[in-house]
Design a binder for this molecule. Structure first.
Ligand code: KG4
Ligand code: ZN
Length: 344
């Protein structure tokens, strides 16, 4: 079975083709991505209406590119999957509308996929795929969650952020330091030249005894330190502040992930979502997991941030697990707010 996946929940248009048998890990045949980062950069963040319009422009050329790369034709597609939520309503509607229209024209079924389930399962497309059960640390621009994952569709929330997400902490700190959007990659690049202990920043909820996170206070502390540097901070001071900010975020993420592994007794960790691309987080988790005898799995680097491959993959794995069959291409809806625990 060949599954086309369409991702359009935020600022990347992603399309991919995945092939799967009745059992076994699905195989990625081709994927293509258009990032809108340069378009939103001028505004310091994602402008939803611009995002929707750009998805419309990109989705058909990306599909053509994926089919050409895979050496397939439209008629080879057996199921058209799309991101049903969570995300920006207008942006989701573009992908959903396109996927359902394409499926109707091809007389194939469609399947709406949860964006976070896509991130969660994305390491299955890597050269070193995990096995169930595992603890998942989901760290994206909008979500920070620890889950116990016993199989496809079997997700138990262990803890999550009570305010900002980890990616948001990176982005907001970077923005107030004048590093532009999206801030995570820029801040982590700058942090390479800085001293992580140069500024005293809080580690919110580090010793709370539960698996929840809080990053809003950290952003305020970064703002206070940044103000103290004056209107034109030296580049060394800025690099120090970037390193200290990254260290504070990474400390908390690593400590809570290890606590979740201890609490569940599981010996596998999956890290997914955009912040999973952060080199310092990978280094720290690598050390801690090495000491604890835990295997840690990541998606391929290019599949850490949003992409169509994870959507096609999640659809294929749901079908394989007997959890979904695809629906007739008729009416559709999107769910801009959609807790992962609510998927059936
Ligand atoms: O998963 P994702 O692509 O989109 C959402 O579903 O939100 O994650 C985007 C987030 C942004 O906050 C971005 O700044 C962050 O991931 N990010 C990083 C890095 N690369 C992306 N944060 C820290 N270090 C990175 N290298
Ligand atoms: Zn995402």
């Amino acid at each position: 079975m060949k599954v086309l996946g369409v991702e359009s929940s935020c600022d990347e248009t992603g399309v991919a083709l995945v092939e799967c048998a009745e059992v076994g890990v699905p195989r990625l045949l081709a994927h293509a991505l258009h990032s809108q980062v340069s378009m939103h950069e001028a505004y310091g963040g994602v402008v939803p209406e611009l995002a929707s319009r750009d998805h419309i422009r990109r989705v058909i050329p990306l599909t053509e590119c994926v089919l050409a790369d895979a050496g397939c034709a439209l008629a080879d597609i057996d199921l058209v999957a799309y991101t049903r939520g969570p995300g920006l309503a207008g942006a989701l509607l573009v992908g959903a509308g396109y996927a359902v229209a394409l499926a109707a024209a091809l007389e194939r079924p469609t399947l709406g996929v949860h964006h976070l389930e896509g991130h969660l399962l994305s390491p299955f497309l890597s050269a070193d795929p995990p096995e169930f059960p595992f603890v998942a640390l989901l760290v994206s621009g909008g979500h920070t969650q620890l889950m116990r994952v016993d199989g496809v569709g079997r997700y138990e929330l262990l803890g999550e952020t009570i305010d900002d997400a980890a990616g948001e902490a990176f982005d907001k700190s970077a923005k107030l330091m004048g590093l532009g959007y999206p801030g995570g990659p820029a801040l982590s690049r700058l942090a390479q030249r800085g001293r992580p202990d140069a500024f005293p920043l809080p580690r919110p909820l580090l010793h709370s005894g539960d698996l929840d996170f809080s990053f809003a206070g950290l952003k305020t502390a970064v703002m206070t330190q940044h103000r103290k540097l004056g209107p034109a901070p030296a580049s060394e001071a800025l690099a120090d502040l970037a390193a200290a900010t990254q260290a504070a975020i990474v400390d908390v993420l690593a400590a809570k992930a290890m606590a979740a592994l201890r609490r569940t007794g599981l010996r596998r960790l999956v890290v997914a979502g955009g912040v999973g691309a952060n080199a310092e987080l990978r280094r720290r988790l690598g050390q801690a997991c090495g000491r604890a005898g835990v295997r840690v799995h990541y998606p391929e680097f290019e599949l850490c941030t949003d992409n169509g491959a994870m959507i096609a993959l999640a659809a294929a794995m749901r079908v394989q697990a007997g959890l979904a069959r695809g629906q007739a291409a008729e009416a559709f809806d999107v769910r801009p707010r959609w807790p992962l625990q609510d998927i059936h």
